[in-house]
Each structure stands twice: as structure tokens, then as C-alpha cells.
Design a protein around this ligand. Structure first.
Ligand SMILES: [Zn+2]
Length: 245
């Protein structure tokens, strides 16, 4: 049985039996890893006996059969590096972090390395620990995740005719088409969302007003939901806490 050592963040935690839980980690070099942690104390569902909290950064050692991607690995060691305690000081930070964990787990494959997504997630969690506004950082993370998995939409020009929309032109976004639709091409498409004013520049990676950041988050989440085949369960909770200054 080979041992795999890596930096990791626990994205999900599932009860497996009275004394065991299954963790879904994102690791820096090995991608998403599912592993069972044995010896959890009865009745303490909020914390592992071995001390693994959701969304904290740590060093993990798991045993896994070489090439046995579908097999559950076993956690043999966990050492916390950063607790990310700041997340727990504000509900919006925690909801934002839970959203990032959910979509990362849904859009990556087991043992498929994405070091850039890992670095982006650590950077996001570090920033969220001190953030007042969460949506600007979340949009950056959505863009990085989508870019890394090859699904970042095209926001420069209309996907149908190639025209670059006028600055104040109403534009739509189609998840199925994977990008912008100009006002001339939009009527021919059924699946689409209208972009609110100020949203497009943020989707292109530029700064913007907090209200527009929420709108940009919503558009990218619409696309992510399309890729996942369902709306992330954490998205409505997060949007409900949106309180732009
Ligand atoms: Zn067009």
C-alpha cells in the first residue's frame, strides 16, 4: 500500500459509520482525493478524533492502492497548517467558503491534479478570513476554476457573429453556447440570461461595483450550475446574505 503525502483542504465530510467518516480532500499535487478517517468518537459529529475540520489547510498522509482511483484511501496522518478560523467569524465568509468547496468538489475528478485550483482555493480562503465583501474574491475564484477546467466562457465578443458589443449595449449570456450574445443574435436563443449593467467588465476580470459583483457571481454560478447539472446547494444561501455596501 503506497503512502501519498500532500497539502490538503477538506471540502466535504460524510458520515460513513458510527466511528468513521469519509472526507473529500482537494490536494495540491494529486487533485481530489476521497479518504476514510477511522476512529471518530461516537456522538461528536462536528470534529474528528484525529482533528480534521472542514476548510482548514493541513498536511495529509493517505494510504492508497497505486492506480486504484476508485478505491477509498485511508487517512493515516493529518497535521493542521492553518485553521482558517476567520471564516467562522462571519456567516457570509463561511457561506462563501462552503460554496467554493462545493463547486470545486463537483467540477474536479478524483486523482486529477489541479495545482492552480488548489492555490486559488487557499488564496481565496486566506482572503475570506479577513473579507468584508466576499463576492469580488468569489468571482475571481469562479473564473480561475472555470479556466482551469477549460470551461471559462467567452466574454470578449458575441459568440454567434463575433461582434464586440457597444459599451452600453444590452447583452445576454448563454451557458450552452459558452459566452456572450449581442442584441442582434440574442433573440434566436432560448437558453440565456441578461447581463445587468456593470456586470460584463467584472466577468472580463476587471474591478467593479459590489452590486455588480453579486450579479457577476450569479451569472458564473448559472454557468457552473449548468456544468454540474444542478444548482449548488450553497448558492441560494450565499446570495441571500449578499449585502453590498
Ligand atoms: Zn451577435
Amino acid at each position: 500500500m503506497a503512502l501519498t503525502k500532500d497539502e490538503a483542504i477538506a471540502l466535504r465530510r460524510l458520515d460513513y459509520s458510527e466511528t468513521s467518516q469519509v472526507l473529500v480532500f482537494l490536494t495540491r499535487e494529486h487533485g481530489k482525493v476521497r479518504a476514510i478517517a477511522k476512529g471518530v468518537k461516537r456522538g461528536t459529529k462536528s470534529r474528528f478524533a484525529v482533528g480534521i475540520d472542514l476548510l482548514e489547510l493541513g498536511h495529509v498522509v493517505v494510504s492508497a492502492r497505486p492506480g486504484g482511483g476508485a478505491e477509498l484511501a485511508t487517512v493515516t496522518e493529518w497535521k493542521q497548517v492553518r485553521s482558517m478560523a476567520g471564516l467562522r467569524q462571519r456567516l457570509a465568509r463561511m457561506h462563501a467558503a462552503e460554496y467554493a468547496a462545493e463547486v470545486t468538489a463537483a467540477l474536479t475528478e478524483d486523482w486529477d491534479p489541479h495545482p492552480r485550483v488548489f492555490a486559488a482555493l487557499v488564496g481565496l480562503l486566506d482572503d475570506l478570513c479577513q473579507a468584508n465583501q466576499v463576492f469580488d474574491r468569489l468571482v475571481d475564484f469562479q473564473r480561475e476554476l472555470l479556466d482551469e477546467i477549460g470551461s471559462l466562457p467567452e466574454f470578449a465578443a458575441c459568440l454567434t457573429c463575433g461582434r464586440i458589443p457597444e459599451p452600453d449595449e444590452p447583452v445576454h449570456f448563454s451557458s450552452f453556447e459558452g459566452g456572450l450574445l449581442c442584441r442582434d443574435c440574442e433573440p434566436a436563443h432560448v437558453e440565456k440570461r441578461e447581463l445587468l449593467h456593470g456586470c460584463l467588465s467584472i466577468l472580463r476580470g476587471q474591478p467593479g461595483h459590489p452590486t455588480s459583483q453579486v450579479a457577476a457571481f450569479d451569472i458564473l454560478n448559472y454557468h457552473i450550475a449548468h456544468l454540474m447539472g444542478r444548482n449548488p446547494t450553497t448558492a441560494p444561501v450565499l446570495l441571500a446574505t449578499a449585502s453590498p455596501a
